[in-house]
Design a protein around this ligand. Structure first.
Ligand code: B16
Ligand code: MG
Length: 212
């Protein structure tokens, strides 16, 4: 008997290369503040909420910022990020990714999104991916972002599936930890392959069809 019944996808860095946009938007904020920011700091922001990301960036600064200043900086970052999102079209999604989603649906798997982003629904609309998913759990319906399991547990609840029957696909180490805590099996792609806790590691999304 087949073990998995649902696949829950992270969004940024798994289905869409918006991880690059996040990086460039934070880089502008950090440069304006004169704070060093590089790819290795950026990897720590994967899957982490906007305000928590700012706190990680500010570790390299001696300045103590007020709550209001932090909110204003995170809004500034989101404005830069949303300006990048304006360029996003369905052509930015690899055809192989769309084909894999369709094949999983045809095989009867439930598909869901489990993303920390508050921009997830906008991104799915811009890329024409919304209709592939039975449910979307994102930054708008959670209290705690990854590595907390909340976003994935909510996704499982929305598709009425037991956590043990859900497979998570993630590019963030924080997302792999969140998947484990949710009692789900995890597939690492991209940077998440550095995690020793992933159950499976893949180089491209089509390989999912060999796992489920
Ligand atoms: P937003 P994911 C995460 O999305 C990103 O990896 C992370 O870098 C970002 O800070 C977070 O969403 C919040 O995004 O500012 O758009 O609400 O990878 O969980 O899909
Ligand atoms: Mg991600």
């Amino acid at each position: 008997m087949r073990h998995f019944k649902a696949v829950i996808f992270d969004l940024d860095g798994v289905l869409v290369s918006t991880d690059d946009y996040h990086y460039h938007a934070w880089k502008k904020v950090a440069d304006n503040l004169g704070i060093p920011f590089n790819e290795s700091v950026n990897h720590r922001l994967r899957g982490v909420s906007r305000l928590e990301s700012l706190d990680i960036i500010l570790e390299a600064s001696k300045r103590e910022l007020t709550k209001e200043e932090k909110l204003s900086l995170s809004e500034e970052k989101n404005n830069y990020y949303k300006a990048y999102l304006k360029n996003l079209t369905p052509n930015d999604i690899d055809k192989k990714i769309v084909l894999t989603l369709q094949q999983l649906k045809d095989k009867g798997f439930k598909l869901a999104i489990g993303s920390s982003s508050k921009n997830a629904k906008l991104i799915l609309e811009l890329t024409n991916l919304t209709s592939y998913f039975d449910a979307i759990s994102d930054g708008t319906n959670i209290e705690k972002s990854k590595p907390d399991p909340e976003v994935f547990l909510k996704a499982a609840e929305y598709i009425a599936e037991e956590p043990g029957k859900c497979l998570i696909v993630e590019d963030a180490v924080s997302g792999i930890v969140a998947g484990n805590k949710a009692g789900m099996k995890t597939v690492a792609i991209g940077y998440a392959k550095t995690s020793e806790y992933a159950d499976y590691k893949i180089d491209s999304l089509e390989e999912l069809l060999n796992i489920v």
